[in-house]
Ligand binder design. Structure first.
Ligand SMILES: CC(C)(COP(=O)(O)OP(=O)(O)OC[C@H]1O[C@@H](n2cnc3c(N)ncnc32)[C@H](O)[C@@H]1OP(=O)(O)O)[C@@H](O)C(=O)NCCC(=O)NCCS
Length: 192
């Protein structure tokens, strides 16, 4: 089994694996559009010695300075129990280390699997609000029963959280509105 970075050619297979699991309520569905947009976050597991079929997928999404989330981790049902999920998660962990993110989180039903990889259950209320922004798409939004777990990479230093930087007041104002605000009326439209 080869674990490698995903490419755009992998996206249809990634979508199939994730959405098959989503049908069983194991994870959130993903649109192809969101997978293409975020393809750089993902690793895939490819069968070697065959036609190079993709049988597993997993992503790491950075949440904030010290926090990233293992997301959309899924292995084809007939390939489970062979170490594929472990290898994909280890690739996510290594990615966090390279990025300098100290804590990795997951929201999951697979507590025993993540415990094998060093994750521990935490009080979900301790996760920052931003984590819950995805929940609006989830049918279980008001009755979420997923378990929050984290892994702290002790060899990665904790960063000071940066203060939010506000853009200059009228940076995003289109020039014509800025001209009107400055007392300059827009030029009359041409009559044909
Ligand atoms: C969770 C999932 C990714 C695990 O992938 P996998 O390839 O079957 O897992 P692995 O074979 O790499 O297992 C790694 C270890 O975890 C253990 N493990 C895996 N699933 C387990 C389970 N449900 N209960 C207990 N232990 C489990 C394995 O026995 C193995 O232990 P070992 O290293 O001591 O031998 C896979 O079951 C899956 O795709 N599930 C559906 C989607 C899902 O729930 N994703 C998680 C979203 S957060």
């Amino acid at each position: 089994m080869l674990i490698r970075r995903a490419t755009v050619a992998d996206v249809p297979a990634m979508g199939q694996i994730i959405n098959d699991c989503a049908e069983f309520g194991l994870m959130l569905p993903r649109s192809l559009s969101s997978l293409y947009e975020n393809v750089r976050e993902f690793h895939v597991a490819e069968e070697t010695g065959g036609g190079g079929r993709v049988v597993g997928v997993g992503g790491l999404s950075v949440v904030w300075a010290n926090l990233a989330e293992v997301c959309a981790l899924a292995v084809e049902s007939n390939q489970r129990g062979k170490g594929v999920g472990r290898k994909l998660t280890e690739a996510c962990i290594e990615e966090a280390r390279v990025l300098g993110v100290r804590t990795i989180m997951t929201l999951t039903y697979e507590q025993a699997f993540f415990e094998k990889l060093g994750f521990a259950v935490i009080d979900r209320q301790k996760l920052p609000l931003k984590v819950w922004s995805e929940c609006i798409r989830c049918p279980k939004n008001q009755a979420c029963d997923e378990i929050a777990m984290t892994l702290v990479l002790e060899d990665v230093p904790e960063l000071g959280v940066p203060k939010p930087v506000a853009p200059p007041p009228d940076q995003y104002i289109v020039p014509i509105i800025r001209a009107m605000k400055n007392g300059n009326a827009p030029p009359p439209e041409d009559d044909d």
